[in-house]
Design a protein around this ligand. Structure first.
Ligand SMILES: *Cc1c(COP(=O)(O)O)cnc(C)c1O
Length: 426
């Protein structure tokens, strides 16, 4: 893709049309005007962006959209940004659907596709949400942004906001992976480690609002990160020829992606681009931090905070989510489930998929493989179901097992054969 000297993709230098009408509380339906700075709804819940889908349906069809350049902005009629001048871009792309035939064979399943979001700017799908939120922040004239993050969201916000000339304040739980804190700092943010979890960091962002004059870009506490994540669902269906898969396995922290995709499917149906069919949505969490799974199993619509959260999958170490009911509603309406997986299984799958299918997935991505296995064992997922697994981040951003063997010379070739044999997968 070529970039215009302004930094915008060359195909976006003209004004474009969006059909945004208003914002709506995800819980009460109360409406709030678009084109104004908004955080949570008056009821303290996430705001959802609404569009005039009838008008959008008349204005654009599937074929027109398919013919455009493959990036998020091709869906501009149902995205919130009004002026292409406000788009902040780092060279977004469609992410590939990568088959994993050996993993499928291990499970006796016919096939599965991994949507590899690690190819996006900043190496994770947080770029979708933050690319959109920062573009909207620019449109609304905001210049100072803050957020709590387990790592990837902060990195995406730092990158997009620095590009847009905005100042960012970012707070990470103490055990956020080192690489994330460093990339956040290097990309121009003010960043601190905080002794606590992500919701403790979120409290600091809330407390500092007045004194520091920043805008809170926390997950679901502003309306636009969902709209960015929504593009993941539209893009997926376009890649699948507008056929919905049977099963989507999504590693769920704050749930932005799951909620966003679910919202996308309804909008696509209203546009007449898909029918009534929906994938079964599986929210995947780690057994050391599984508030959605606990609420799902208890039949509750809201989740209680998970104490002493721990898992190697830091992106889904989220003890409490403001959009809990939106996640649980989507999981139930789709006849999916919420599944908790052990860290040991996450590790095992990360290693298996890397060694056998050549795909370096992040721990959260590996969690979806563990959930796929469990879903098959529990009879929730069929061996012939068309399954899509989300790898949300680039595996290179995470700690890897050490590999520090040195070759002595002269080379002992028998020893080399023996070492290689010992390392072959079982
Ligand atoms: C943030 C994150 C998640 C969870 O995404 P949500 O949409 O907030 O639930 C999963 N995996 C990775 C790698 C992440 O960075």
């Amino acid at each position: 893709m070529t970039l215009h000297p302004s930094g915008r993709p060359a195909h976006l230098v003209d004004e474009h049309e969006t059909f945004v009408t208003h914002l709506e509380c995800g819980l009460t339906g109360e409406t709030v005007p678009a084109d104004t700075v908004q955080g949570l709804s008056p009821a303290g819940r996430p705001l959802l962006v609404r569009y005039d889908l009838e008008a959008a349906k008349d204005a654009v069809d599937r074929a027109t959209v398919e013919a455009r350049h493959d990036d998020w902005w091709k869906y501009r009629e149902i995205l919130p940004v009004r002026r292409s001048d406000d788009i902040v871009s780092l060279g977004e792309t469609f992410t590939p659907l990568v088959p994993v035939p050996r993993a499928a064979a291990r499970l006796g399943a016919s096939s599965a596709l991994v949507k590899d979001e690690g190819r996006l700017p900043t190496g994770s799908f947080k770029a979708r949400g933050l690319g959109m939120a920062v573009s909207m922040a620019k449109e609304l004239g905001l210049t100072r942004l803050a957020m709590p993050t387990n790592g990837n969201a902060g990195a995406a916000m730092a990158a997009y906001a620095s590009r847009a000339g905005m100042e960012t304040f970012i707070f990470c739980p103490a055990d956020t992976p080192e690489v994330n804190v460093r990339e956040i700092a290097l990309q121009g943010a003010h960043v601190w480690r905080v002794d606590g979890f992500i919701d403790d960091c979120g409290r600091i962002v809330g407390e500092g609002k007045e004194r520091m004059g920043w805008f809170d870009v926390s997950t679901l506490k502003e309306p636009y990160r969902i709209e960015g994540k929504k593009t993941m669902g539209i893009e997926l269906l376009e890649q699948l020829g507008w056929q919905v898969p049977d099963v989507i396995l999504y590693p769920t922290g704050g749930g932005t992606g799951l909620i966003g995709m679910w919202k996308a499917f309804d909008e696509l149906e209203a546009l007449g681009w898909i029918g009534k069919e929906r994938p079964r949505m599986f929210a995947v969490q780690a057994s050391g931090c599984a508030p959605m799974v606990r609420a799902y199993e208890a039949g509750e619509r809201h989740a209680t905070r998970w104490e002493d959260a721990h898992t190697i999958a830091s992106g889904i170490r989220v003890p409490a989510a403001v959009g809990d009911f939106l996640i649980l509603d989507a999981v139930r309406a789709s006849e999916g489930a919420a599944i908790a997986v052990e860290d040991a299984d996450i590790d095992r799958w990360a290693s298996t998929v890397a060694k056998e299918d050549g795909l370096l997935v992040c721990p959260e991505g590996a969690a979806t493989f563990a959930a796929w296995e469990q879903g098959i064992e529990r009879g929730l997922i069929g061996r012939d179901d068309r399954v899509v697994l989300f790898n949300c981040g680039n595996g290179l951003k995470y700690p890897m097992p050490p590999s520090d063997r040195v070759l002595d010379t002269p080379v002992d070739w028998d020893r080399m054969e023996a070492d290689a044999a010992a390392e072959r997968p079982a």
